[in-house]
Design a protein around this ligand. Structure first.
Ligand SMILES: Nc1nc2c(ncn2[C@@H]2O[C@H](COP(=O)(O)OP(=O)(O)OP(=O)(O)O)[C@@H](O)[C@H]2O)c(=O)[nH]1
Ligand SMILES: [Mg+2]
Length: 293
């Protein structure tokens, strides 16, 4: 994962760690900027990282070696991620049932992610029910039914075309009656242009009153994922992000932009189509992949 990003960043330190070659500030800025932009970090976020490096480079009387630069860049990226890291402990939410709503544009991986997280929670000994909140397409209910069958989790569904908020409501009732730990609600993919679906999404939030709203973003679209999230933010609120499809050749710099510009934590990464292909995001893990010490 993130191989290209890692190569781009390590290309900056060709002189090898430990080299005491003195680097020129202008050269550094340009090559760092190029490496970040080519890896899906936005211009705004790249400039912030470079400004941070500049502070470090401008310390009077200081010679900067490749190794210093590597450390400084690592610190700067890590700071952005740490400042916006989670604090959300999904396994110990402190409320029962804990209701999680999944939102996102068409095809980002919502339905798959709902099932993966249901599976993850179940494996951690939690009792879960899923709500087929995408009533827009009959295929979506069918898709989620198969996935839930696979992982052995109950699904509450109504027929296609029915009100998604009432499916959510029923699932929450079901969970309360059985003292379940979680309700995970799938929803229809919606474009920012589709007013009806946006209204429906707001109604779902009013009725289901989710404890956590997760925006699912597709890492393959790189920086556009951030624009998508900003569009969602204008319409509704969300608490955190699941970034999917990182097993593809997604460059992964979008994770830094998400933290810096959206100020939302990335909770999980989707790393494949299987039910186990999900992992908790951690800054340390990410840094070790993109800029190993
Ligand atoms: N490679 C890969 N594929 C994924 C991942 N997550 C989801 N997919 C695939 O992406 C496609 C769309 O996933 P869905 O879960 O149906 O996406 P959705 O957001 O529910 O789509 P709509 O309901 O149409 O809006 C499916 O083929 C999934 O198998 C991932 O992490 N990696
Ligand atoms: Mg879906």
């Amino acid at each position: 994962m993130f191989e290209n990003f890692r190569k781009k960043l390590s290309g900056l330190f060709k002189g090898s760690a430990g080299s005491d070659e003195v680097l020129r500030k202008g050269d550094i800025e340009n090559s760092v900027r190029d490496a970040l932009l080519e890896s899906d970090v936005s211009l705004e976020t790249s400039e912030r990282i470079i400004a941070d490096l500049d502070n470090f480079l401008e310390r009077p009387g200081k010679k900067v070696s490749q190794a210093d630069l590597r450390d400084a860049l690592r610190k700067s990226i890590k700071k952005i991620l740490d400042e916006n890291s989670t604090g959300i402990d999904i396994l110990n939410p402190g409320k029962k049932p804990f209701v999680i709503l999944f939102l996102g544009i068409n095809g980002t991986g919502k339905t798959t992610t709902v099932a993966k997280i249901a599976n993850y929670l179940k494996r951690n000994g939690k009792r879960v029910v899923v709500a087929a909140g995408d009533t827009f397409r009959a295929g979506a209910i069918e898709q989620l039914s198969l996935l839930c069958q696979d992982i052995g989790v109950n699904l509450i569904k109504h027929e296609a075309g029915s009100d998604p908020a009432s499916v959510a409501f029923d699932a929450i009732d079901h969970a309360r009656a059985r003292n379940l730990d979680y309700v995970l609600i799938d929803s229809a993919g919606r474009m920012q242009t589709n007013k009806n679906l946006l209204e429906e999404m707001k109604k779902m939030k009013r009725v289901a009153k989710p404890d956590l709203t997760v925006l699912v973003l597709d890492a393959m679209i790189g920086q556009d994922a951030v624009y998508q999230a900003e569009t969602f933010m204008k319409e509704t609120s969300f608490d955190c992000i699941v970034l999917t499809k990182l097993d593809t050749d997604a460059r992964g710099g979008a994770i830094i932009t998400i933290a810096d510009q959206l100020r939302k934590p990335v909770l999980f990464l989707g790393v494949g189509q299987g039910m186990d292909d999900i992992m908790e995001f951690s800054t340390e893990w990410y840094m070790d992949r993109v800029l190993p010490r």
